[in-house]
Design a protein around this ligand. Structure first.
Ligand code: HAM
Length: 431
């Protein structure tokens, strides 16, 4: 029997070159978080199903997840996201220092149809502030987002940070007469605004929301691009949710977040969001899925008893960001063929092998990364291997080198250098 060479559909399998790209992205993300004092934490991969049924929404918890009953009869889920686990950790965390600023890069699992930007096993960068109820917390996490996007070389015009407010959307629709029980259905259709052709979406809204005045309100609000639109200001006179979002919009302007734009089409699919919500989108047509999504969730920690703690944060998909960086050619070329080590030591013949192994160990003790040829290959094959691996320095060791205690250090594209073996690590590092 021949086994299949393919992993399960949508599962994450990275060859070293792809893993290098992922490492580069993850370190850029955590660097941005660290600049604002965020610390890393971890949650469990396997969780009780009820944790996600409570507030993430049953579509995500039941249909779009890997859930099963274990041998002990417990209903479990491979986490589709991290936020509920974070909320539980906060509730059980005892004397935490507020506001908590935490970040994490969990592996998540969703049973979705694999497509561009959507897989079944994925890494997601999470960054959250807990215990800061003012919109300064939203501003802070958006500043991190902006910094990390800019840090990868992205410029406004390539991406947008689209924000809105669930509170405002609920208040607008309530003022238009929509009943509270129809709100979730209205949010669901608003969420699909850009996923369907315009006319099709409108007729769908009319079908789902019903009564023409309500559906026209949903359509009008979804298409509104300004928080100063006279109809909106007039409709929401005396309501604090509009003023709150306008104030937030001014804060973004003052902070110079050029990529931020108000977009009522952002409502977010997860049920726990309570206030300002946001997404990062590619402005081009190549990547249609959000790179990142987040918002305020003020009632999640309270589900675990004790005092409620407000939260705000985001999740950013490493894969979606990678696709974006590829689209705009923002991944450093060196990543595609970065050498795995700094130095290759070639033995002239098998007789020098023991010496070479010993020398390599000493250099590794000095902090250098070193590879040596395996399997008694001749010099030419060892050079070819080092060349294929793009290793910049090669030291050749033969009987004369051992006797004299120095080596010929080959440097790609430059002249060879005679170096004392004791100075080898320093010589490579100095280049
Ligand atoms: P989310 O919108 O479900 O939010 O996911 C956030 C991001 O994770 C998405 O924008 C996307 O980049 C990535 N992502 C989601 N599903 C997939 C998938 N199947 N394949 C690849 N990437 C994916 C949350 O998960 C919230 N818990 C975020 C959050 C943190 N809100 C507050 N704090």
């Amino acid at each position: 029997m021949t086994l299949s060479r393919k992993p399960l559909k949508g599962m994450r399998q990275l060859y070293p070159g792809e893993r290098r790209v992922e490492d580069y992205i993850v370190s850029g993300l955590t660097r941005a978080g660290r600049a604002y004092g965020f610390e890393e934490y971890e949650g469990p991969v396997l969780e009780p199903l009820e944790l996600f049924l409570a507030k993430s929404g049953s579509e995500l918890a039941r249909e779009q997840s890997y859930n099963f009953t274990d041998k002990g009869g417990r209903e479990l889920i491979l986490r589709p996201e991290l936020t509920p686990s974070l909320a539980r950790m906060i509730a059980a965390g005892g004397e935490l220092i507020y506001p908590v600023r935490w970040m994490s890069v969990p592996l998540c699992f969703r049973y979705e149809r694999p497509q561009r930007g959507r897989v079944r096993e994925f890494l997601q960068f999470n960054l959250d502030i807990l215990g800061a109820p003012s919109p300064e917390a939203e501003l802070e996490v958006i500043l991190v987002l902006n910094r990390l996007m800019r840090g990868f070389g992205a410029v406004p015009g390539q991406f947008e940070i689209r924000y809105s407010s669930r509170k405002l959307a609920s208040a607008v629709l309530a003022r238009c007469g929509l009943k509270a029980e129809s709100l979730e259905a209205a949010f669901a259709v608003i969420d699909k605004r850009d996923k369907l052709p315009s006319e099709k979406w409108e007729s769908w809204v009319r079908e789902i929301v019903g009564d023409s005045a309500y559906s026209e309100a949903v359509i009008r609000f979804s298409r509104c691009r300004s928080l100063d639109a006279p109809w909106l200001v007039q409709l929401m006179a005396g309501d604090e949710s509009l003023e709150e979002l306008r104030e937030f919009s001014r804060m973004l302007d003052t902070a110079g977040v050029e990529a931020a734009v108000f977009d009522p089409g952002v409502v977010r699919g997860l049920d726990y969001y309570t206030g300002i919500v946001f997404e990062v989108m590619d402005t081009g047509s190549e990547n249609r899925r959000a790179l990142c999504g987040g918002g305020r969730y003020d009632d999640l920690v309270g589900l675990f008893g004790g005092r409620g703690v407000s939260g705000v944060g985001f999740g950013l998909g490493i894969l979606t960001l990678k696709l974006f960086l590829e689209t705009y050619d923002l991944l450093p070329a060196i990543l595609s063929n970065a050498p795995p080590v700094e130095l290759f030591i070639a033995a002239l013949s098998q007789e020098q092998r023991a010496f070479v192994l010993n020398l390599a160990e000493k250099l590794r003790n000095d902090g250098l990364s070193v590879e040596t040829g395996l399997g008694g290959k001749n010099l030419r094959s060892q050079f070819t291997l080092a060349d294929k691996r793009c290793i910049e320095f090669i030291a050749v060791v033969g009987p004369r080198e051992i006797e004299e205690g120095r080596v010929n250090l080959k440097r790609s594209g430059r002249e060879d250098l005679q170096v004392q073996m004791v100075d080898l690590a320093e010589a490579v590092r100095a280049e």
